[in-house]
Each structure stands twice: as C-alpha cells, then as structure tokens.
Design a binder for this molecule. Structure first.
Ligand SMILES: Nc1nc2c(ncn2[C@@H]2O[C@H](COP(=O)(O)OP(=O)(O)OP(=O)(O)O)[C@@H](O)[C@H]2O)c(=O)[nH]1
Ligand SMILES: [Mg+2]
Length: 204
C-alpha cells in the first residue's frame, strides 16, 4: 500500500478565468486568503509534494512557497496542459490534480483515491460527487494517476486531444464517489463566477 509520500499534488491555476471576467482565479480572495493558497493548505497535508501550475503572475504563486510551472503547450489548452506539467515534474509514483477554484474539497481526497486505485489495480482514479441537481457526476479535474502515464498524455495532447475524459478512457480508471454518509455535499462546489465565489464563502 502506497501512502501520501508517494503522491505529488498539482494545483491547476492556469486557466483564463473568463467567466470571472478574465481575472487570475487562483489569486481571488476566499475568506480573506487567495483561492490557490487555500487549496495549497488543504492539499499539502494529503501529499508528499505540491506544485502549482499557473500561466500568469508566477511570482505571486511562488510566494506561497511551492514550485510554480507554466504550461508547456501554448494557448490555454485546458486542464490537461496542467496534468502534463504535473507529470513532467512529478518525482513520485503518483500525481493528483486539484483545481484552484474548489476550496472546500475533501480532506481525505487523496487517501480515498489512492486506496481505490490500488485496490482495483487501476492506473487512474477519478473523483465523483453529487451535484446540485442530485446527480452523481465525475469530477475530472480531481484525478489521481500513475506517473508513468506521461508518455501516453504527451501523445494524446500532441495529437490535439484536449478532453480529460477522452484521455482517461484509454486507461484502466476507477471512479470514486464521495457521497458517503458524512461526506460534505458541497465539497466539490466550484467558483466559476464572482457570484459563485461569494455564495461559496457563505457555505457552512
Ligand atoms: N494549465 C491550464 N489550466 C487550465 C486551463 N484552462 C483551465 N484550466 C484549469 O482547469 C480548471 C478548470 O477550469 P475552469 O473552471 O474552466 O477555469 P478557467 O478555464 O480558468 O475559467 P473559464 O475561462 O471561465 O472557463 C481550473 O483549475 C483552471 O485553472 C489551461 O489552459 N491551462
Ligand atoms: Mg475553462
């Protein structure tokens, strides 16, 4: 059984933030602290090492104390560009991705993804959660994967692939639902707009 020291986390903060008016989402304040710093503080205790993937204001992200890497592929290619950056710089057996805009994500996220992956002998474990409409859906930006999938992701993205699900479908993937008794139903609520960010700040 692997443990947290076998996992590197990458915080995905490389997007355009267009629905928030083009701001750098990871630097927007949530309860008085930048979103990406919240994410770092929640993810840090769950993993052995953390990287931040950002494309703007790199110095601001560096001041949080983690390594910061911009996308290697150009033109805001989407979250898979961040997966690629993470895999390229990952020195542990596993990489886990977490977006910067979901500050209340589970504190046992990594442990449960890792347990499921190893139990099923899978290469990828993806979180799933019940959304506001009551349906359980996968949360593709919350994904744990083996580091040795780097070559596969290089091939997929170089061929123009941009959809997380289309890539993970090429590998043995276990979906891990976070809707047990005691799980916070709003843990995976994310902020795409400023209004959603303010609403999330009111969550218990
Ligand atoms: N590295 C990288 N990450 C991205 C890119 N686009 C989105 N992401 C990240 O993927 C996650 C989910 O993306 P969205 O919620 O759509 O965020 P966004 O793209 O910044 O916001 P919108 O422009 O409003 O879609 C966020 O953590 C983003 O930072 C990109 O082009 N490169
Ligand atoms: Mg987007």
């Amino acid at each position: 059984m692997s443990d947290k020291n076998d996992v590197t986390g990458v915080i995905l903060a490389g997007g355009r933030g267009s629905r928030m008016g083009g701001v750098d989402k990871g630097l927007q304040n949530f309860r008085g602290m930048p979103l990406a710093l919240h994410t770092l503080m929640r993810l840090g205790p769950q993993v052995g090492d953390v990287l931040i993937n950002a494309n703007r204001n790199l110095g601001a992200y560096e001041s949080f104390g983690a390594q910061v890497w911009p996308d290697g592929i150009s033109d805001f290619a989407g979250p898979l560009a961040g997966f690629l950056v993470g895999l390229e710089h990952c020195e542990t057996e596993y990489l886990v991705t977490v977006p910067c805009d979901t500050p209340l994500f589970p504190q046992d996220l990594v442990q449960r993804l890792l347990e499921a992956l190893e139990r099923d002998g899978a290469e990828i474990a993806m979180a799933a959660a019940r959304e506001e409409d009551g349906n359980v859906r996968t949360q593709p930006v919350f994904t744990l994967m083996k580091r040795d999938l780097l070559e596969s992701l290089v091939r997929f993205t170089h061929a123009g692939g941009r959809k997380i699900d289309a890539w993970t479908a090429q590998h043995r993937t276990v979906v891990v639902p976070f809707d047990r008794e005691g799980d916070d139903p709003s843990a995976f609520f994310n902020a795409n707009t400023l209004a959603e960010l303010h609403k999330l700040e009111q969550a218990p």
